[in-house]
Write a protein of this length. Structure first.
Length: 291
C-alpha cells in the first residue's frame, strides 16, 4: 500500500510540472572605457557601448559598438589636451577605433604624475583619474630553465625572473610578455600586490602572456621555446588599476564555471560607465631563451 501511495505521489508531482519561459532582460547600453597612459607613450582611449549577454556578435557588430563622436580630454596637472579619433583597418577586414593626442599637441606619460580623463558623449559626462607610479618594483634579471618532468629533447622552457620589491606595502604591478615580433599580451593572471613579499628580492616564474581572444592552450601554457626573444614588460600601477584588473580577470576566469562565485568588476569611471583608466610605469627587459 505504501508503494502505491509513493507512485501516486510521483505521478501527481509530474502532473504539476509547468514549462517556464525565461525572457532575458535587455539592459540599456552603457559607455565602456578602455583607457591607458604609460611613461614615454601617448594616451590611448577606446570607447564603445556595451552589448547584451545574448547578443549575436560579429565584426560588424563590434565595429558598430565603437564610439567615434565623443569629446575626450586628458589633463596632466599643467595642461589639457583634446584627443583625436583614429581608425585602423586590418588586412583581414577588422577595424579598430581609438583616441590619442594629435601630433601637433603631444602629451607623453611621465612617472609620478596624475592624469584626469574627461569624456563627453550624448549629453553625458564621464570622469576618471589615474597615476603613473614611479618605477620602484623592478626586474633585476631573466633566465630560463627546463620544464620539470619532460624529456631532454623538449624544446619548451620556463622563464624565470628575479624581482626586487621595495620596502613598504602598496607596490602593485601588472606584467606583459612579447615573443619575437608578436604583440604584448598580459599574463592569464597579470596583476599582483606585495602583501606577502613586501621588501623582498625573490625569484618567480614568468608565464607567457595570453591572447584571451583565442582558445586556451593548456598543455604548454606559460612556456616559451628555445630561441624565443622574450620581452617582459613590468608595469607599476596604482591601487585602482590593480583592483580593476584583478576583478576583471576573476570574472573572465569564472565564465562558464557553474561552481564559481559571482564577481563584480570594479572600474574607476564615473557616471555608471564600465571599464577603467590605468596608468603604467613600465620597465622592459629582453632575454633570448637558451638550451
Amino acid at each position: 500500500m505504501r508503494r502505491v501511495t509513493i507512485i501516486l505521489g510521483i505521478l501527481f508531482l509530474m502532473a504539476c510540472e509547468k514549462d517556464i519561459q525565461i525572457e532575458p532582460a535587455q539592459n540599456q547600453a552603457k559607455m565602456v572605457v578602455d583607457a591607458e597612459i604609460e611613461n614615454g607613450q601617448a594616451p590611448i582611449v577606446v570607447l564603445s557601448t556595451s552589448l547584451n549577454y545574448f547578443s549575436t556578435i560579429d565584426t560588424a557588430t563590434l565595429f558598430a559598438s565603437f564610439i567615434k563622436d565623443a569629446k575626450v580630454q586628458i589633463n596632466n596637472g599643467t595642461k589639457t589636451v583634446t584627443l583625436q579619433v583614429n581608425e585602423l583597418r586590418f588586412p583581414q577586414g577588422g577595424r579598430y577605433v581609438f583616441y590619442t593626442t594629435p601630433l601637433n599637441d603631444p602629451m607623453l606619460g611621465e612617472t609620478g604624475k596624475t592624469y584626469q580623463l574627461s569624456i563627453e558623449h550624448q549629453g553625458q559626462q564621464y570622469q576618471s583619474t589615474t597615476t603613473i607610479p614611479l618605477i620602484t618594483k623592478t626586474i633585476d634579471s631573466l633566465w630560463s630553465k627546463r620544464v620539470a618532468n619532460r624529456p631532454n629533447t623538449d624544446s619548451f622552457r620556463v622563464l624565470m625572473a628575479r624581482i626586487i620589491d621595495p620596502p613598504g606595502l602598496g607596490n602593485y604591478i601588472r606584467y606583459f610578455t612579447k615573443v619575437n615580433n608578436q604583440p604584448f599580451f598580459p599574463g592569464f593572471n597579470s596583476a599582483f600586490d606585495d602583501a606577502i613579499i613586501d621588501g623582498k628580492t625573490y625569484n618567480i616564474d614568468i608565464d607567457k602572456g595570453v591572447d584571451k581572444n583565442q582558445p586556451f592552450e593548456r598543455e604548454n601554457y606559460g612556456f616559451f621555446k628555445i630561441g624565443d626573444t622574450v620581452t617582459v614588460k613590468l608595469a607599476n600601477i596604482d591601487k585602482a588599476s590593480y583592483t580593476f584588473w584583478r576583478t576583471w580577470e576573476f570574472a573572465f576566469q569564472s565564465i562558464g564555471n557553474p561552481f564559481s562565485s559571482p564577481g563584480v568588476v570594479k572600474g574607476n569611471i564615473s557616471n555608471g560607465a564600465l571599464g577603467a583608466f590605468c596608468g603604467y610605469g613600465s620597465q622592459y627587459k629582453t632575454y633570448i631563451c637558451k638550451d
